[in-house]
Design a protein around this ligand. Structure first.
Ligand SMILES: [Mg+2]
Length: 334
């Protein structure tokens, strides 16, 4: 015992305590003398060390509290170091813990086998304290760096996802009317150009609807902008319900909405427009609060095969028809 204490003291004197090391190391060796020596070297240098005299105990200890590094003897009765290592590497929790094998066997095939098992290093007995410390230090800092990198990558993935969500939100914001959530003028016009040129190219029917809420200024002046905003939202919802998925619909001005109905003739569009007009009127009749009552006038223009039309022309014609609807009493279709 006195001998052991002397040895420990010698080791302590040889390696002054370093402050940085605080890693939690599991030392596995069936030889009590080796175990004591390794513990003395490492704990003197600030490492927290847990001894395990057998493979079984090593595994139990590793799973109960994950060590930062494992020094693992190969030659042990019952369960040898290779088997312990295999079990550690097979488990998701313990597979990334660096394992350094310690063995008296200096055969090249044993070293190869150790690395194949997933060990990070191999130390041959009899070992030098300097070597143990140097390798333990190296692998602990490597493993810490790797963990930091992995965390960094995880964070980066999370922030990339967040960025994507934000950019998608901005894309939607660029296309949407902020109040009603339907397409804004810019996006509606862009899509309308595309749809119209397709209809022209294939000589398909397409119809434009220009819609305007009647006396909207009066509503705003009398009941306030909040009531006006609510009306705009209600009308947008009623229109969205009336149109089909492939129809384009957007708010293109203050109280002005437009729709472009592909594959729709003038007569079919009149039916849809009448439904919109009627639904707006019905909704108003059902509304108890008077400030939410309103009607809508609609102008319709259609692409005919006889005259080639641009979006500007189509819109101008619908606008003229809307003007007619307004001047002939409103709440109607022209
Ligand atoms: Mg042994």
């Amino acid at each position: 015992m006195a001998n052991q204490e002397e040895t420990n003291q010698e080791i302590k004197d040889q390696f002054p305590k370093s402050i940085e090391n605080s890693g939690n190391i599991l030392v596995v060796d069936d030889n009590p003398q080796n175990l004591r020596l390794l513990i003395a070297i490492l704990s003197r240098h600030g490492y927290k060390v847990r001894p395990a005299p057998s493979g079984e105990i090593a595994l139990k200890s590793a799973f109960s509290t994950l060590p930062e590094l494992i020094l693992l003897d190969i030659m042990m009765p019952e369960m040898d170091g290779y088997e312990v290592c295999q079990k550690l590497k097979d488990n998701e929790l313990t597979k990334s813990i660096p394992v350094i094998f310690i063995s008296a066997i200096d055969a090249i095939q044993d070293k190869v086998k150790a690395f194949e098992m997933g060990a990070v290093d191999y130390i041959t007995k009899p070992f030098q304290a300097e070597e143990i410390l140097a390798r333990v230090n190296t692998h602990i800092s490597l493993s810490r760096t790797q963990k930091m990198l992995e965390e960094e990558i995880k964070l980066r993935i999370v922030s990339e996802k967040a960025l994507k969500t934000i950019s998608l939100k901005y894309q939607n914001m660029a296309m949407q009317d902020y109040l009603t959530g339907v397409s804004n003028r810019r996006y509606f016009m862009k899509r309308a150009e595309e749809e119209l040129s397709r209809a022209v190219r294939y000589n398909h029917p397409i119809t434009f609807l220009m819609m305007d809420i009647d006396h909207f200024k009066n509503i705003n002046d009398t009941y306030g902008h909040q009531a006006g905003d609510q009306i705009l939202k209600n009308v947008a919802t009623i229109c969205m319900d009336a149109f089909r998925v492939n129809d384009l619909f957007g708010r293109i001005g203050g109280e002005e909405f437009a729709a472009l109905l592909p594959e729709t003739t003038f007569d079919d569009a009149k039916i849809v427009a009448e439904r919109v007009r009627q639904n707006v009127e019905d909704f108003s009749l059902k509304t108890e609060g008077k400030q939410l009552a309103c009607t809508i006038s609609i102008g319709i223009s259609s692409l005919t095969d006889k005259n080639y039309q641009t979006l500007d022309l189509l819109m101008k014609q619908a606008d003229d028809a809307l003007y007619l609807a307004k001047s002939s009493g409103r709440n109607c279709i022209r």
